[in-house]
Design a protein around this ligand. Structure first.
Ligand code: DGL
Length: 271
């Protein structure tokens, strides 16, 4: 048994997709969330910058004596997981391997679509994990650089002409490739699930990297006997590197519970 909190971070709102699933699976756990809203998006930046930001994010979270860190960000998982693992003596888990494995297991036709940030797609990390599990699978990858800024600005709803136009353009090649499974390889993208689903149709299985990552964490903590006691009262504290209000409003909408009052601001340059 381990009552210490789990640290979770992302460049912004996207990691809440992992938080929502962690809270559902493990309601007794304490979670400390950091969203680097002052520097989002990460996905269009160089490897050096992403590694530097990720190191600072982990340094901030490690003030809390954590039992594990979840990189609830596809971009950081594809780009900095190895560095962070080498530098930190606690379990650090990413979202890429769990999401890739889920896609490889669930596809029937072996035709898998992958959407992510430019850095994630460039890394080839999702393909590597998919092919380890299913060597004959065909992966059709598409970077979607405008999705993260649109999500951070709350442009997520079906009927919003901006997000619908952008999504239709990004997803057209994947529709043409007749994929039966689509990996939402950036944790922001499940906030666009309704829009993506309406374009791809009901026959395409959507894999949520945040959810798959959270399931992998729950499994690891269970295996290691490191869960909080059954009767523990869990909870979540949130920190961001920019306006608290915008994050609290969008996070409350997405999570379905009110986080106002539980969000603090951090000067991430101090770490
Ligand atoms: N949620 C991050 C990811 O999963 C977004 C990266 C970004 O800020 O561009 O890749």
């Amino acid at each position: 048994m381990d009552t210490r909190p789990i640290g979770v971070f992302d460049s912004g709102l996207g990691g809440l997709t992992a938080v929502r699933e962690l809270c559902r699976l493990l309601p007794g756990e304490e979670i400390v969330y950091f969203g680097d809203t002052g520097r989002v998006p990460y996905g269009s930046r160089s490897r050096e910058t992403i590694v530097k930001y990720a190191r600072q994010d982990v340094a901030f979270l490690r003030q809390f004596d954590l039992k594990a860190v979840v990189i609830a960000c596809g971009t950081v998982s594809t780009t900095a997981l190895e560095v962070l693992t080498e530098e930190n003596a606690l379990p650090i888990l990413g979202v890429v391997a769990p999401a890739a494995r889920a896609a490889a297991r669930r596809t029937r036709s072996g035709r898998i679509g992958l959407i992510g940030t430019q850095a994630s797609i460039r890394s080839g990390a999702y393909e590597k994990w998919i092919h380890q599990e299913r060597p004959e699978a065909q992966v059709f990858a598409q970077a979607c650089p405008l999705f993260v800024p649109l999500v951070e600005n709350g442009r997520t709803r079906p009927g919003d002409v901006v997000i619908e136009t952008v999504a239709a353009e990004y997803l057209a090649p994947l529709q043409a490739a007749e994929v039966d499974t689509l990996v939402l390889g950036c944790t922001h993208y499940p906030l666009l699930e309704a829009v993506i689903r309406s374009i791809m149709g009901p026959g395409v299985d959507l894999i949520n990297a945040g959810t798959e990552g959270a399931r992998a964490v729950a499994e690891l903590l269970r295996e290691r006997g490191a869960l909080a006691p059954q009767d523990a009262q869990g909870g979540c504290r949130y920190f961001v590197s920019d306006h608290v209000e915008d994050f609290a409003r969008l996070a409350s909408l997405f999570l379905g519970w009110d986080v106002t009052g539980a969000v603090g601001q951090v000067d991430i340059d101090l770490y």
